[in-house]
Design a protein around this ligand. Sequence first.
Ligand code: GCU
Length: 331
Amino acid sequence: AAALFLAACGGGEGAEASGGSGSGSEGGEGRALRLALNQTEQHPSYLALDSFGQRLSEATDDRWSIEVFANETLGAQAEALQLVSSGAVDMAIVSGTQLENLDEDFVVFNLPTVFDSVEQQMSVVNDPDVVGDLYSSLESSENITVVGGFTQGTRSVYTTDGPVETPEDLAGKKMRVQESDLHLSMMEAMGGSPTPLAFGEVYTALQSGVIDGAENNEVSYFTQKHHEVAPFYSRTNHLVGLDYLIINTGVLSEMSEEDRAAFDEEWTAAHEEHTQLWTEATEQAIADAEAAGATFSEVDTDAFNAVLEPLVDEFLTTDSQRALYDAARGN
Ligand code: GCU
């Protein structure tokens, strides 16, 4: 018990030095990392992060734990990114589209054609040989370290009226996209009029008619209740999306070598658990959305592929982007 107490006090020093916000342990000496998430508590990302936190506490004798704030309560992703950079929040899950705005190399993994499957994506984005430099590239400028990736699964379009079969069907439709130049161009190429909006604003925008549709995976389509207001989900499968877990670099450097090793090990278990949960959650979301009246329909895949293909050459403009793209494609 005495050894545990001393160990807990060691963790407490770090918490004071960085203005830590409370504790995951009863003794009040551990450091609870505040993590911003824009998903609900039913989403696989919440579930996998919550168990990541529990295992981290156990593995570090409560010196480190994680408190996940779901539903954008700490802000939408653009704000969460700033808060992690300043250290006001310790960690966040942000979409790759957010990091594209800080370093152009992140564009590569946001391209429609870079990943063919969740399996390929996960093996690439958690391989230190491929992503080591990329994930530390924001440390000196932003004080942000990328820990690794969670899949967003395959994204497709959905609309408030009528299914979409070809790019022509999106003509004149205001479609919400994430705040990214690449995704604005992507939606234009797909035939729609892109409207960038934060995730949490999409439901109301669909409901009020400010937008006519959006694009996302089935899990977010259902957990955000978008199916209630945009019941036509058309399987463009235009992209396998990617989320990143980011952490304030200063906070990470406060961890002892032993605690950092535990953090890395439990993170590996967390993204593996997330990928497993993803398949089940996707099937469940489809069944639940259908039961609530949504329809899922097929599109002219060749027609969409033909308009998406040119984005690769348009957006890969540097050697380092090309090298990452080739590594991801196994070229
Ligand atoms: C997915 C992704 C989120 C992202 C959202 C969006 O749900 O997991 O990180 O914010 O798409 O479209 O904004």
